[in-house]
Design a protein around this ligand. Structure first.
Ligand code: NAP
Length: 270
């Protein structure tokens, strides 16, 4: 039975919504009037995210879920139906990225990343479809990364998984357009979160080097990624589907050029 809510508010499901960018996206959607469902493996992560979301006035459903497991994803969507009776937005944000040499990457490491990112995005989309199609307009935003199309050492597993998600975004955008479901992707540039600080940008010197690869010269803020998601799910983006929006300070366009420029004498020679 669907619980009565004081008013009919739209509902968004954000995977990985208890931490990092997922939490910032969920908070942004709460500010836009959405009630939330957040899903990831750790009940502790979900509880932290839910506390902050409730302080913004949103109703929150926490569903411990491993998106690699279709039966858990099916149960997640059933919980959303039971709690809210509707779903307007799905954000496939969960990921488990790390940098690794491909020649020594274990099959388990490969399967973990492809399982969370590509399988998880497909399972969540596929099981959410019946709820999404019940809305007159609804949308899915997949969080990808520009290494999906730029080659980079140590990212083969993540790049292959994210490139698969870009292809999935475009394929489903066409297939589900007749149901009024739009699909888009957001490709963040470097954004500091607890996860990336622990796994990727572990020192000030690494962070400085990364910032130098960004034409705008800095890391992005989680709220800047959330802004793009909020736009893509809004009526302002009603005619946009199958797109990939980079929110990266120009990093992928200018890759490698900024450090090179720093080494040049910028004064024109006489
Ligand atoms: P993060 O803090 O490490 O978040 C990853 C989230 O995914 C966590 O909430 C984690 O929660 C969840 N998760 C991991 N495995 C899962 C599983 N099997 N099932 C369900 N949930 C799972 O990372 P982030 O930096 O915020 O990144 C968020 C998204 O942005 C990712 O898609 C990432 O690839 C993308 N991105 C980030 C950056 C950046 O610079 N931060 C750049 C480009 C792209 P649990 O541990 O509770 O499961």
């Amino acid at each position: 039975m669907v619980r009565a809510r004081p008013q009919e508010r739209p509902v968004a499901l954000v995977t990985g919504g208890g931490t990092g960018l997922g939490k910032a996206i969920a908070l942004g959607l709460a500010d836009d009037g959405y009630d939330l469902a957040i899903a990831s493996r750790s009940a502790e992560h979900l509880a932290t995210g839910a506390r902050d979301l409730r302080s913004r006035g949103a109703q929150v459903l926490e569903v411990p879920t491993d998106v690699r497991l279709p039966e858990q994803v099916e149960r997640l969507v059933a919980s959303v139906r039971e709690e809210y009776g509707r779903l307007d937005v799905l954000v496939n944000n969960a990921a488990g990225n790390f940098v690794a040499h491909s020649e020594t990457l274990s099959p388990n490491g490969w399967r973990a990343v492809v399982g969370i990112v590509l399988d998880g995005t497909f399972y969540c989309s596929r099981y959410a479809f019946p709820l999404l199609r019940e809305r007159p307009s609804s949308s899915i935003v997949n969080i990808v990364a520009s290494y999906a199309w730029m080659a980079g050492p140590g990212t083969a597993h993540s790049a292959a998984a994210k490139a698969g998600v870009v292809a999935l975004t475009r394929a489903l955008a066409v297939e589900w357009a007749p149901y009024g479901i739009r699909l888009n992707a957001v490709a963040p540039g470097p954004v500091r979160t607890d996860g990336t600080d622990a796994r990727l940008w572990t020192s000030a010197s690494i962070r400085e080097a990364v910032a130098r690869t960004v034409p705008l010269g800095r890391f992005g803020a989680p709220e800047e990624v959330a802004s793009a998601v909020r736009f893509l799910v809004s009526p302002a983006a009603a005619y946009i589907t199958g797109e990939v929006l980079a929110v990266d300070g120009g990093q992928w366009l200018g890759r490698g050029v900024m450090p090179l420029l720093d080494d040049l004498d910028r004064e024109p020679s006489a």
